[in-house]
Design a protein around this ligand. Structure first.
Ligand SMILES: *[C@@H]1O[C@H](CO)[C@@H](O)[C@H](O)[C@H]1NC(C)=O
Ligand SMILES: *[C@@H]1O[C@H](CO)[C@@H](O)[C@H](O)[C@H]1NC(C)=O
Ligand SMILES: *[C@@H]1O[C@H](CO)[C@@H](O)[C@H](O)[C@H]1NC(C)=O
Ligand SMILES: *[C@@H]1O[C@H](CO)[C@@H](O)[C@H](O)[C@H]1NC(C)=O
Length: 479
């Protein structure tokens, strides 16, 4: 009997729904080869700086020279004059991590030498050239308990092809008799020092830098975004991919989301250094949180109507469409309360972003006592299209409403022709409500970027269930 198919088991278990749902990220980040190259440039420049500050230990020992005897030697005050890493490359190793190789590196060291043969002592200076230094570093990437990325150098090896030492001074010739011993000692020391330095740079520079990724970004008084990694970053043949939770949460009470993220499959684009994929899940958790926080309730009063409209929110105006108002509530100001009975959901597809919110409009007459008399409740639906952009590392949005459709859900003032209110409600929606919503969306929501990263050449595309943002990256060095 064969094993049960996992799909079958999953259908049987309700819990699997949650499990399989969790496999899709709400937000995805892809770093392409171009992005890795850019990161490598900066990392190698920083390593070059580190390496040129290397401290080298004194070297001493003895050596038996035929016809001369035992020679005691000491090399001291070793100083690196330069360390250059001219050629380097980086590539992802599928399912492993990243490999960085540095070739043709060269360095120059000078220092003092001292010898003692029997009772004769002498000293001078030397100059050492390291050529064709090769470094190979394997980086493994992971994620810690808080969902921040981590980096570790799992392997480092160096190989120096060539070392040349020039001794000057009266007894310099002595050294030339056993230079190969000194060269191999020096090679061993430098090779291990370079790897030591690489490992400590990964720990003290790269790792803390990756930890600057804001995995929980507070946005305003109501909401934050959870950008924690749901799995360690994965290397593919062409890129490094990270799956993020990509979920808005309420600051007041973290509650679970009643729907799973849909699949998010990046097309094989690679022109830009980095690609972000924001799932419809990401936007819809925002909607859920703001809806639950009561942020999608909007009260419209006469004072909010732009002066230029020459129009008042009062029963005299409305009695043109609902004649009975004139008798029931003569010449009173009105108030409209707009609310969404359910969080509006955004759909994303190749044709763009749109939503079809259902809005309840409750109209009141404001009585002389300033209490409210309910007049009628309308159901308003409409097609809203959204355009999204990226500005200063924020996803910003702008909504445009199409034609609105009204229906009457309830009336306290008897029947009336809802159709007549159509154009007035259109003006309210697109002239008053929308600009306010768009003002908020203009401030945007932050993308998950580590410190000192700026985006440029932004390109946006909408695909089935997600929005893709491609960008080039600029890293601003400190100072
Ligand atoms: C209602 O609107 C009409 C027309 O703009 C205006 O003449 C009237 O003074 C308004 N009444 C109130 C109570 O605001
Ligand atoms: C509101 O209007 C939409 C579209 O016209 C309709 O599908 C929906 O059932 C209405 N809801 C109510 C509660 O009337
Ligand atoms: C909204 O769009 C859908 C399909 O695109 C269409 O069927 C519907 O009539 C539109 N609604 C309004 C109010 O224009
Ligand atoms: C946003 O959309 C409105 C129409 O709803 C348009 O008038 C406005 O120019 C747009 N703003 C931006 C920044 O695109």
């Amino acid at each position: 009997m064969g094993a049960q198919s996992p799909a079958l088991v999953c259908t049987a278990l309700a819990a699997c729904l949650a499990l399989t749902g969790a496999t899709h990220p709400g937000f995805k980040v892809r770093i392409t080869q171009a992005g890795l190259n850019y990161a490598r440039e900066h990392a190698v420049a920083a390593l070059e700086e580190e390496l040129s500050q290397l401290r080298l230990p004194d070297i001493s020992g003895d050596f038996r020279v035929p016809n001369v005897g035992k020679v005691y030697y000491e090399l001291s005050s070793l100083k690196l004059r330069s360390f250059h890493l001219p050629d380097s490359s980086i590539f992802p190793v599928p399912n492993v991590g990243l490999q960085v190789t540095i070739s043709n590196a060269f360095a120059e060291v000078d220092g003092d030498w001292r010898v003692k043969v029997y009772f004769i002592r002498d000293h001078g200076s030397f100059d050492l050239k390291v050529e064709d230094l090769y470094i190979r570093i394997s980086l493994t990437l992971g994620s810690d308990a808080s969902g921040k990325p981590t980096a570790d150098a799992s392997d480092c090896s160096t190989h120096i092809s060539n070392i040349r030492i020039y001794f000057s001074g009266k007894f310099g010739w002595l050294y030339n008799l056993f230079h190969s011993v000194i060269e191999s000692t020096f090679r061993r020391i430098l090779e291990s020092k370079v790897c030591e330095n690489v490992l400590s740079s990964v720990h003290s520079e790269l790792q803390p830098y990756l930890q600057t990724l804001p995995v929980t970004a507070r946005i305003d008084a109501m909401a934050g975004i959870d950008y924690s990694l749901v799995a360690p970053p994965a290397a593919t043949a062409q890129s490094l991919d990270a799956d993020l939770k990509g979920e808005f949460f309420s600051l007041a009470h973290h509650s679970s989301v009643p729907f799973p993220p849909p699949p998010l499959a990046f097309p094989p684009d690679h022109d830009r250094m980095v690609y972000f994929g924001a799932s419809s899940y990401f936007f819809n958790t925002a909607s859920l949180v703001y809806h639950a926080a009561g942020a999608l309730v909007f009260e419209l009063t006469d004072s909010m109507i732009p002066k230029g409209l020459d129009f008042h929110l009062n029963t005299s105006i409305f009695s043109a469409f609902i004649p009975q108002l004139e008798k029931m509530y003569p010449d009173m100001l009105m108030k409209l309360r707009l609310s969404t009975p359910a969080a509006p959901f955004l759909s994303i597809g190749p044709e763009g972003l749109s939503l079809r919110p259902v809005v309840d409009i409750q109209a009141y007459a404001i009585l002389p006592s300033s209490s409210l008399a309910p007049l009628f409740l309308l159901n308003m639906t409409g097609n809203v299209s959204a355009t999204i952009d990226v500005k200063s590392g924020n996803i910003v949005g702008n909504l445009t409403v199409g034609r609105l459709r009204l229906s009457l859900k309830h009336s306290d003032v008897g029947p009336f022709q809802v159709r007549m209110l159509q154009s007035m409600m259109n003006i309210f929606a697109s002239g008053i409500l929308l600009p306010r919503l768009n003002d908020r969306l203009k401030q945007g929501f932050p993308l998950p970027l580590p410190d000192r990263i700026q985006l440029s050449n932004v390109i946006l595309q909408s695909h089935q269930n997600f929005l893709q943002v491609g960008a080039d990256v600029r890293y601003k060095r400190r100072g």
